[in-house]
Design a binder for this molecule. Structure first.
Ligand SMILES: NC(=O)c1ccc[n+]([C@@H]2O[C@H](COP(=O)([O-])OP(=O)(O)OC[C@H]3O[C@@H](n4cnc5c(N)ncnc54)[C@H](OP(=O)(O)O)[C@@H]3O)[C@@H](O)[C@H]2O)c1
Length: 169
């Protein structure tokens, strides 16, 4: 099973503030939905709670929530106490590509622990003030394999680039 990250990252690597996203980009939300549709997704407890209640668990996807709280309840989702437990669950379920959907703490650990082979990274071409950041990627280890620029428009007010990066060593 492949383990992938999907994330949207500002020019200054910002990804969130006050447990919320920093921008409204319907094109990126649509991309996220298309890429993750039908798959297992793994999220940290804080990111899960940042999704409005009526939209969670995210439909058409098996939602895995990671928390150290043994009594945590997330109706309709699967709760585990460690990232590796969530990954093993998806693998046992026959998943081919599991998506790590954040937030910052979970992304960082997955990269540091070398759990991820692919990153679907939407570069949002603007700087943002933030309290949560995506880790700096070492270019010696990550190669861009796809790149698709999307110019800002009426509904998406910031230029962005949809990138795919693969771990090369
Ligand atoms: N731009 C993007 O694409 C994007 C995507 C996702 C999220 N975000 C943003 O990221 C922010 C949230 O990220 P965050 O770093 O604050 O939180 P997070 O990574 O979503 O969740 C952190 C929580 O996950 C649990 N956790 C983390 N590591 C664990 C481990 N090894 N074992 C067990 N449980 C573990 C803990 O839950 P407990 O405290 O319950 O134990 C911890 O408090 C928000 O602002 C959100 O909007 C942005």
């Amino acid at each position: 099973m492949k383990v992938s990250i999907i994330v949207a990252v500002a020019t200054n690597n910002a990804i969130g503030k006050d447990n919320d996203l920093l921008w409204h980009l319907p094109a990126d939300m649509k991309y996220f939905k298309e890429i993750t549709n039908g798959h297992h997704i793994l999220t940290g407890r804080k990111n899960y709670e940042s999704i409005p209640e009526k939209f969670r668990p995210l439909p058409n996807r098996t939602n895995i929530v990671i928390t150290r709280n043994k009594n945590y309840q997330a109706p309709g989702a699967y709760v585990f106490a460690a990232i590796q437990e969530g990954i093993s669950f998806a693998e046992k379920n026959g998943e081919t590509e599991l998506f790590i959907i954040g937030g910052g703490e979970i992304y960082r650990q997955c990269i540091e622990q070398n759990l991820v082979r692919k990153i679907y990274l939407t570069r949002v071409h603007q700087n943002f003030e933030a309290d949560t950041f995506f880790p700096e990627l070492d270019e010696n280890y990550w190669q861009i394999t796809a790149e698709n620029f999307k110019e800002k428009d009426e509904k998406n007010k910031i230029d962005c680039t949809f990138l795919e990066l693969e771990k090369i060593r």
